[in-house]
Design a protein around this ligand. Structure first.
Ligand code: DP6
Length: 330
């Protein structure tokens, strides 16, 4: 009744932004991501009669309120699927800032799904794990897989065709690098969930986001298969800017950017103009993730680290799928 799993955060290269079903977490558009080899969540889950209610401890702190509600809800779903009743203690640690736009909900719900199903002695294939993880947090369905993954939006109303699959393993493109810059490590004010809901409802640009998603996905797939870095970088950058344009135009506007965000973007543009190829992508937070090839990574990391606004940089390569670990946290 006890198991531990690790899962890595994934960063979308073509973003998921908007739901067609909020309860089942079904997206309006498909997305493609890279699972990182850093930014890891480790989660131990123990079910047992000794627990009168679900307990959630994150980074050593007992969590209550909304954050623990989402975890309890996910445990409830897994109990229902596995036909079990016992409550659980969940302990989780992130080796990177939590809820700051660095995809901690993706690694978090992927690790929770794998650990909880394993603890209940039910072993699911990756497709089913992805379907379960998706219902905790959409982007988590991609962290079940390593390397590059695509989450198909699916057509069915019950969500059984909305899950991720791997499009290329981590070993396929080892030179691909992502440098996550941390400019503000605090928790964000507007969570992705609320942000995307407001965007779907009120942004006049949302229609064109949906109309152009197919093209971005095709270019991204082709770019990854051909290991064509300029295609992948340009597509990711323009897709992220388009997503932020939909956020800027919601009512009221959602602006995740800070002055430090612009500084990092400008540094990326300067590097590019001086012949060092790199591109940026951003999620629902002020952090900028810089995409480059391994041969240029140290130089770019040094330039970004020199900016006073940058508190930390995390250099990531394509990483592995969610895994069972034998070392429990408690
Ligand atoms: C901008 O997966 O955190 O990072 O499904 O509501 O939990 P919920 O949202 P979440 O949204 C991620 C949004 C994004 C883009 C992406 O990862 O594709």
């Amino acid at each position: 009744m006890k198991a531990t799993a690790t899962a890595n955060a994934n960063i979308a290269l073509v973003k998921y932004w908007g739901k067609r079903d909020e309860k089942l977490i079904l997206p309006t558009n498909s997305s493609i991501s890279m699972t990182t080899d850093k930014m890891t969540t480790t989660t131990t889950v123990e079910f047992g009669k000794k627990y009168k209610s679900d307990i959630f401890v994150l980074n050593g702190k007992k969590i209550s309120g909304k954050e623990s509600k989402n975890v309890q809800k996910h445990l409830g779903l897994i109990r229902k699927i596995c036909k079990k009743k016992e409550k659980a203690r969940v302990e989780s640690t992130n080796n990177f800032p939590t809820a700051a736009g660095l995809a901690s909900s993706a690694s978090g719900f992927a690790a929770l799904t794998l650990a909880a199903t394993h603890a209940l002695c039910v072993s699911f294939d990756k497709k089913h794990l992805s379907i379960i993880a998706r219902q905790g947090s959409g982007s988590a369905c991609r962290s079940i897989f390593g390397g590059f993954a695509e989450w198909k939006h699916g057509e069915k109303s019950d969500g059984t065709d909305s899950y991720a699959h791997q499009i290329a393993p981590a070993e396929y493109w080892k030179e691909f690098t992502m440098i996550a810059t941390v400019v503000f490590a605090g928790e964000k004010k507007i969570k992705s969930r609320a942000g995307m809901k407001q965007t779907v409802k009120t942004s006049p640009l949302y229609k064109s986001w949906l109309e152009t998603a197919g093209n971005d996905l095709n270019s991204m797939r082709k770019g990854i298969f051909a290991k064509n870095f300029p295609i992948v970088g340009k597509t990711a950058e323009s897709n992220a800017l388009k997503m932020h344009a939909t956020m800027f135009t919601t009512k009221p506007p959602i602006i995740y950017w800070s002055p430090a965000t612009i500084k990092v973007i400008k540094a990326v543009q300067e590097l590019r103009e001086s012949g060092t190829e790199c591109y940026f992508t951003m999620d629902a937070g002020p952090q900028v993730k810089v995409l480059c090839l391994k041969k240029n990574a140290k130089k770019i990391q040094a330039k970004l680290s020199n900016l006073t606004e940058v508190q930390k940089t995390i250099l990531c390569a394509p990483g592995s799928h969610a895994k069972i670990s034998l070392e429990h946290l408690f």
